[in-house]
Design a protein around this ligand. Sequence first.
Ligand code: FES
Ligand SMILES: [Fe+2]
Length: 378
Amino acid sequence: MPGQTARIMTFKPRTPLPATAFTLPAEYYTSADVFRKEQDRFFHRMWMCVGRLEDLPSTGSYLTCDVAGASLVVLRATDDGQVRAFHNVCRHRGTRLCAEATGRLAGGIRCPYHAWTYDFDGALIGAPHMDGSPGFRREDFPLGRVRAATWEGFVFVSLAGEGPTLVEHLADVATRFAAWDMRTLVRAHRVTYDLTANWKLVVQNYNECLHCPTLHPALNGLSHYLSGENEPLHPTWMGGRMDLSDGVQTMSMDGRSPLAPLPSLPDDERRRVYYYSVFPNFLVAPHPDFVLVHTLWPSAPDRTRVVCDWLVRPEARDLGVDLDGITGFWDLTNRQDWRVCELAQAGIASAGYRPGPYSSREDLLYAFDRFVVATLED
Ligand code: FES
Ligand SMILES: [Fe+2]
């Protein structure tokens, strides 16, 4: 969508904060019409993180996902690791092709209904009983192709037929965290949460630390809420960092880490934690010794599934290093955050809600709101 591309690449938030910096009207969090538009403008047109390459360990391995109402199958198509994505919809009579969350296909994608079969390029290579059907040509019925790309071991898809590449979409984020060498990391733990809250409340909460002293006293003891810095909102991402307090090794229950710092990190990066949101669904938090990732999966104005992964060096997982202090800390913090996101959703959906004024320290949230409005109005 060239118009959308232009808007993404040129949007500039207004700074400094104007006197009229108020939160958004309720409809942005409650309206089915707004949500449908968001599905199109954000979740279909932009790049969505759907998993890790380790989820596709060998040729024919696949995962399925639902990107804003579009069921997709994402598979490792070649021995050299190329990933392809297709609509998970048979071209015969529309049957869902792959019903499992993950699996491995032997040589092709075979429909469970009448056995139409597609190769890993999506070409229809078998169509039983179609011989003699007037005008039928197999080449006219390939699977619907969806763009797929990988970055640092993460697999992304975009339902937009054209537009920025994944690297263009990631922009500065594509290179900023090279020292973490995230492609070498593996998933040590995953927790999935189902929230009764709009996805934007999760993004806003993630990029705001004024709530830390109230909501996360343990976190605030490890990393003071005013220690960090935010960057201005960029067209496809926003983020900032917080510094670890003296003597703290990482974000964990006791501030200590069972892990060594990631090997290529310079000394100053061993004292920081970053929190970056790449729109619309990828939240990445590089720590000195591991990387925390959240992906967001909205299904309704007030429903969001959040998948949280802890990524570590493979030797830590293989050696069975005890990660409970790290996973427990972020699980606790996640649940504290989700609770206020759900309370915010409940309040905004209530008749008494009126947009409220942002603090000057919430300038990033206001910029995000303006970006949302601009994208929806495009
Ligand atoms: S619906 Fe897929 S083969 Fe008939
Ligand atoms: Fe929080």
